[in-house]
Design a protein around this ligand. Structure first.
Ligand code: MG
Length: 431
């Protein structure tokens, strides 16, 4: 695909993401749709992209509802009453970037087929309707309120925790702290003023970027810390001792709650298999997790990047709801103690330069089919080999001439053994 990546269209503003491109995307999305809802994160370039998108959408006859600055989950949630949702964001990328992500009414992001269809329309020169068929633009001021109320209906208002929140100056600034206060919590905020130049730290919710939040939790005696990325579709947390709880820890915590069935990407730790009755594995990417959640009717889906999908809400990753859920969990149990008791297996990950990703992967697949039984192999995304006491995943990069090997095992010796075997197979396939 020329414009779309796995997370929609993304790039540096006025280089890749231009008003001309946004206008074309607007026309492509507006074609055949009556009502489209549009929102943006706090980046200063969002208004420019939104203006061009709205021109394209209305030119094709679609009515546009603009919700202004909202988190991606709020936009996806609001999409249910519209034919399509358009979110202007570059997620966790730095300030020079912006992007466009498209959403279905059920909260799921556009799938590959829909992205391909939109690509074709972007390249097309569509026939514009008559002047009196041009769409109208209106403003919706209650999107955040509606999203918060929907969550409060599920989690209630009698929670008396102290929670520290870092919104990375992104669009959850007027959502997560207010939701938590309505839930009954005392909230201490950090970087909860809107500023899409991200002056405090890069909007990727890593341990390194969030060290101030860890300190704030300890210094204010908070029970919990919550952080989002640049568009708040991701949520990570800190326990009361100021320990970072990244995606893998949170996934294990959620797995303790949703023990019947969960959907995770193929590169997820085998800890989950020991905690949940039915684990469904997908290609890497939240779009695929959402797709399989729909197909299997599972309880919960997640990615260790910090993306959490609760079908009881919608098929969109909802980090705002996730913040509410982890808060209620923190009230019931001491997450700091549970975190220490969670099983953890050694893992290893490395990338190898190759000439031709697909040729090497093809040779590897046929080698593996000879060496392993069908039960041990999984080709959903790359090659995953299950050894019982460990696994390896060999997967080609989508953007570079590189193949990555990820391995996890119950014992360190066994990890080295299966990792080195996978590496040897890769080196043989490279010859
Ligand atoms: Mg994001």
């Amino acid at each position: 695909m020329q414009f779309f990546g796995s997370s929609g269209i993304r790039g540096i503003v006025n280089r890749k993401i231009t008003p001309e491109l946004a206008l074309r995307v607007g026309k492509a999305v507006g074609a055949g749709r009556d009502r489209v809802i549009i929102g943006r994160d706090t980046r200063p370039t969002g208004m420019m992209i939104a203006s061009a998108l709205k021109s394209g959408l209305t030119a094709m006859g679609a009515d546009v509802v603009d919700v202004g600055v909202v988190s991606t989950p709020t936009l996806a949630f609001m999409g249910k009453d519209h034919d399509c949702g358009v979110m202007i964001t570059a997620s966790h990328n730095p300030a020079p970037y912006n992007g466009i992500k498209l959403w279905n009414p059920d909260g799921s992001a556009f799938n590959t087929e829909q992205m391909l269809d939109t690509e074709a329309k972007i390249l097309d020169e569509p026939q514009l309707p008559e002047w009196n068929e041009v769409g109208k633009i209106s403003r919706e001021h209650n999107a955040v309120k509606k999203h918060i109320e929907h969550i409060l209906d599920r989690v209630g208002t009698d929670h008396e925790l102290k929670v520290a929140v870092d919104c990375a100056n992104g669009p959850a600034y007027h959502t997560t702290p207010y939701l938590l206060r309505k839930m009954g919590c005392q909230v201490v905020t950090l970087n909860c003023n809107p500023d899409g130049t991200f002056p405090a730290h890069d909007p990727e919710p890593t341990k390194e970027n969030l060290k101030d939040l860890g300190k704030l939790v300890v210094n204010t005696g908070a029970d919990l810390g919550i952080a989002h990325d640049g568009d708040a579709d991701r949520m990570v947390a800190f326990d009361r001792e100021g320990n970072y709880m990244g995606g893998d820890t949170l996934l294990a915590l959620f797995a303790r709650k949703f023990t019947d069935s969960i959907v995770v990407p193929v590169n997820t730790s085998m800890i989950i298999d020991e905690m949940v009755k039915k684990v469904i594995r997908t290609k890497v990417g939240d779009v695929y997790v959402a797709e399989e959640l729909k197909n299997h009717g599972a309880q919960f889906g997640g990615e260790v990047s910090g993306t959490w999908i609760f079908p009881e809400m919608s098929y969109a990753p909802d980090a705002i709801y996730a913040a509410a859920v982890i808060t209620t969990m923190c009230e019931d149990e001491d997450l700091a103690d549970i975190r220490k008791e969670l099983p953890s297996y050694p893992s290893r990950r490395d990338a190898f330069q190759v000439d031709d990703n697909s040729a090497v992967m093809e040779r590897l697949i046929s080698d593996c089919k000879e060496q392993f039984s069908a039960e041990e192999l999984n080709f959903i995304d790359g090659i995953r080999i299950d050894h019982g006491d460990g696994w390896t995943l060999t997967r080609a990069s989508g953007t570079e001439p590189k193949i990555r090997i990820t391995a996890e095992a119950k014992e360190q010796n066994r990890l080295e053994e299966i990792f080195n075997e996978a590496k040897k197979r890769l080196q043989e396939a490279m010859r």
